[in-house]
Design a protein around this ligand. Structure first.
Ligand code: PMP
Length: 365
């Protein structure tokens, strides 16, 4: 069917309709050249222009200062876990990891292959909170401090930037980049897989401060060496050209729609609508995450009272699908429901989900 589904998937996730239509329009003949951008050399001037434009838009949309470089890598967020360690760890051989959920734990385990990983606080058995920064055990001479700004699986988001007393701060913003204004100068490195808020899978954006480039370990593959990627403007080898092309269209779309400040405003409005619905449900819907770190992007909840009623949750998903609402199932590791509200998801779509939730509660309580 050509009717767009209401897509609440966690990633790969919904892309703006306008972007898909433009990609469709240009699919067979990019700029009247009689071939697709997919079929063109990554050394062509057409691709070079897309690549440069996309980097310029990251700089513009996020107000990236001049002393930071913007790189495009392959290997996904998971590749970046290793790349970050291999580029930064050599300074002292120690890095601090703040583990607040699934993705920061994976990052810590990957980094431990390349140096000593210190956990800033104990790993929670059940994620859902962030220990107060005053209790963190940070290493004064750490090469960097790492955290995940938004835990996609668990629905835990930092609503502040951690203070590290001069140690470079590294953030995984795979599921929150370009949804919130941030002071880039507070960071050493920001990494983000594109497939949630800014594009399709296949490209990872790295924003890195100048002085952190050029220290890669000898074993670091050339495709992950920030210095090499920077020197080649992210065309060291064949990039995921089509993914970068679509990501560039998404950047143009964000710019046209009010930029990051507007994305932030909408994200608050959309997520608040869902959290309010839960709060007013008399316990029928519940969110297991501490109120001070609830995510604007990934909203996990249980149906049918505390801890959730699995049969009712199954029924919830069946009825949602009948209404064309898709990818609402919680991650297999946590269960329940998860609604992801990335940039391309509209308030009207969230409102449709809320209407369904109200009706479902009426019918089943
Ligand atoms: N970090 C975060 C916050 C993520 O949500 C994900 C993937 N969903 C990853 C890292 C890993 O990304 P990838 O699957 O591209 O390796």
């Amino acid at each position: 069917s050509l009717n767009a589904a209401l897509n609440f998937g966690a990633g790969p996730a919904k892309l703006p309709r306008e972007v898909l239509l433009q990609a469709q329009d240009e699919l067979l003949s990019y700029k009247n050249m009689g071939m697709s951008i997919m079929e063109m050399s990554h050394r062509s001037k057409e691709y070079a222009q897309i690549n440069t434009n996309a980097q310029n838009l990251v700089r513009e949309l996020l107000n990236v200062p001049d002393n930071y470089k913007i790189l495009f890598l392959q290997g996904g967020g998971t590749g970046a876990f290793a790349a970050i360690a291999m580029n930064l760890m050599s300074k002292t051989g120690i890095a601090d990891y703040c583990v607040t959920g699934t993705w920061s734990l994976k990052a810590a385990k990957e980094a431990a292959k390349y140096g000593t990983v210190n956990y800033a606080f104990p790993v929670a058995k059940k994620p859902g909170y962030i220990p107060d920064p005053s209790t963190w055990n940070l290493t004064p001479n750490a090469s960097y401090v790492y955290y995940c700004a938004n835990e996609t699986v668990d629905g835990v988001e930092y609503h502040y930037i951690p203070e590290t007393n001069g140690v470079p701060l590294v953030a995984d913003m795979s599921s929150s980049i370009m949804t919130k204004e941030i002071d880039i100068s507070k960071f050493g490195v920001i990494m983000a897989g594109a497939q949630k808020n800014i594009g399709p899978a296949g490209v990872t954006v790295i924003i890195v401060r100048d002085d952190l480039i050029g220290n890669a370990m000898k074993i670091c593959p050339s495709v992950f060496d920030f210095k090499n990627i920077e020197a080649n403007q992210s065309i060291h080898n064949t990039p995921a050209t089509f993914s970068v092309y679509v990501m560039n269209l998404v950047f143009e779309w964000i710019k046209k729609n009010g930029g990051v400040p507007e994305m932030e405003k909408q994200s608050l409005r959309k997520s608040q609508h869902l959290y309010d619905t839960m709060k007013n449900s008399g316990g029928f819907y519940s969110c297991p995450i501490n109120e001070n770190c609830r995510s604007r992007m990934n909203v996990p909840f249980r149906v049918g009272g505390d801890g959730g009623d699995e049969a009712l949750e199954k029924q919830f998903l069946v009825e949602a699908e009948r209404l064309n609402m898709h990818q609402l199932k919680g991650h297999r590791s946590v269960g329940g429901i998860r609604a992801s509200l990335y940039n391309a998801v509209t308030y009207e779509e969230v409102d449709a989900l809320v209407s369904f939730m109200l009706q479902f509660q009426k019918n089943h309580s």
